[in-house]
Design a protein around this ligand. Sequence first.
Ligand code: 13P
Length: 248
Amino acid sequence: MTLRRPLVAGNWKMHKTGAEARGYARSLRELLADGDGRVQVAVCPPFTALDAAVVAFAGSGVEVFAQAVHEADAGAHTGEIATGMILGTGATGTLVGHSERRAAAETDLQVARRTRAALDAGLSVILCVGESLDRRDAGETEAWLTAQLRAALPGLGGREDALSIAYEPIWAIGTGRTATPESAQAAIAHVRRVAGEQLDAERVRVLYGGSVNADNAAALMAQPDIDGALVGGASLDPESFAAIVRAA
Ligand code: 13P
């Protein structure tokens, strides 16, 4: 019997305006209206649609998260967003360390600082980790995940309610090539073991991300260590996202 409430989060990446977020929210609210609240649901719009999404989802139980955050409270950081700005929209969480941000030069050190800054500010965090195809083919998946987690998690013990980890193998993102439930389970069991060095491993939620859709979601989330999904492309359509929520 797990203590962990499933979490399904939709990462919209660089898609949707505020007006489009409002239309999306109307549909998703209807689709999830008969839900029992057992699954926590979040959407992660771009910064420019956070305000609109917060208003449009108010009272629905669907949370709104940002996709990234800077570690400083304020300052000369052109194009960046601080924790207080995210909180000011009414959003309640943020992704940190998505592989698409790491590829655009977000370092392990920044990921660690940003995770800590967001948690300190009272935001929920979905910390993203995952290996490239080259690392996987070289048999370095576990070592890579260990290094990413050991860079980000020290000092975060006790934050298990606000901190989730998303395992997103880079080779499965946007490729239609989903990890098998067994290989996702194996990697996520490893993530949980390493997270257990810093956190209460039984309480920290670990999500799978990478080409999750309405057809594969149930089998992935049936694995014992997989506590939910971080969904990209299939979250852009409210119907397919709602189907994934129901699968959880
Ligand atoms: P896809 O679901 O489009 O593969 O994206 C996964 C992802 O990167 C979610 O953060």
